[in-house]
Design a protein around this ligand. Sequence first.
Ligand code: NDP
Length: 311
Amino acid sequence: MTRLLEAKGVAAEIRSEVARGAAEVAAVAGRPPGLAAVLVGDDPASRVYVGSKTRACVEAGLAGLSHLLPAATTADELRALIEQLNADPKIDGILVQLPLPAHLPTRELLERMSPEKDVDGFHPVNVGRLWNDEAGFVPCTPAGIVESLRRHGISLAGMNAVVVGRSTIVGKPMAGLLLRENCTVTIAHSKTRDLAAICRQADLLIAAVGRPGMIGAEHVKEGAVVVDVGINRVENRKLAERLVGGDAKRMGAFAEKGYVLVGDVDFPAVAPKSSAITPVPGGVGPLTVAMLLANTLTSARRRFGLEPARK
Ligand code: NDP
């Protein structure tokens, strides 16, 4: 019997733990943990993301502040804002919503952020800390996946894990975290030869590619645990129908919006072979915001000496 690894319950659990922790910080520090979200430009999807992150902060008792800047904001103006937030004693976490407009030097601006407030875990100091087994911040999506697997009772130590995708945001930190959890880790990418054979060695297969349904039954060992990070918009009706397994409700949504969201895994083909699998949507997405709140709380707890020293 295949288990469906849904994120909703785990994310709600994390959020309520964060709310308890935030109240503790407020009692000690006289203020709740604070997250500042910076958005440049008016990309509608980015606005939705930033809105939902700051709303989630407020719901968990954190202070969530948005800095909404015009698309024409200069690098100097953004540098000044980041410096100001670095120095602000009420702010524990800074998040710069990506992508930034093309005229802005993304890497340089992210590196200007204090690593102690980099709750997205993208600063090179935090990347190094992950691989050095030191306390830092780990990007929220892979951190949430490990947390969800743990809370679903899946024991990672000793597993053969294959991560398909090597991005800085998902694939590489995912591999680093799984290594920390004592998995034997392989990272695959677009130049990997015989991807299916590599994937079939996986007890734990993580797909973070951005190609609808590319992981098929031929990539999956019988009984593997499969985590699908991909979120892809499919506008082709035939492909949509196949990847949602003819689900009438989701095809109803297709008729209304003209697309469905699917993962990188061909769910109808892979689910019967796997012992546990995440759905798309609802398997990974909700964990990302929950971990952002958890990282902001951790930052505040460190600032006020409430966090035990650990890896
Ligand atoms: P990137 O585009 O940055 O990286 C994609 C990776 O997939 C690259 O490493 C690339 O390899 C690899 N790849 C591409 N084609 C193939 C192929 N045919 N075979 C094997 N590997 C391949 O994407 P992200 O990591 O940012 O995101 C991946 C997916 O996860 C996307 O769908 C994204 O929307 C989703 N996502 C979901 C989140 C959530 O909260 N649920 C959060 C973040 C992302 P190479 O390096 O060789 O080019």
